[in-house]
Design a protein around this ligand. Sequence first.
Ligand code: ZN
Length: 164
Amino acid sequence: MENNNEFYTVRGYQLLKKNKKMLTSSMEDYLEMIYRNSLEEGYMRISTLSELLNVRPSSATKMVQRLAAIGLVDYKRYGIIFLTESGKEIGKFLLNRHNIVEKFLKTIGIAENLLKETELIEHNVSVNTLQNIYLLNKFFDANPDIISKFEDFKEKSNIENMFD
Ligand code: ZN
């Protein structure tokens, strides 16, 4: 799967694995959000971060200090967060992982609580599963007729019999 590397950045994943013991799901959320929002300006403000994550600025600051302690962000200037090189690579992986899971859920017809559902899966999915979901997404893109067949099939199916 060599040529898919840019989409999930293997190095980002390896770095994530190295930091796994230190990175909680919540820290992953922060890093993903900081990466997402640093794409344009190259930095993120604590105030914006706390707004977007619905937490108090003091909680955001604490979490950012934890990320700084393991070398993933630079937080020297008051209120402004910069990602380090490792932080960028892991952040990129986390954002791609999020997008791959979200796209898959959308494809199978999940609309309600899409973000929450993505959240529940993304922090626990293995890279092997993620790669295969990524390929399945690609396969669906290349074969849109399969999706309409699936939608028809869903309509005709009785989900009540799921466990019979
Ligand atoms: Zn996410």
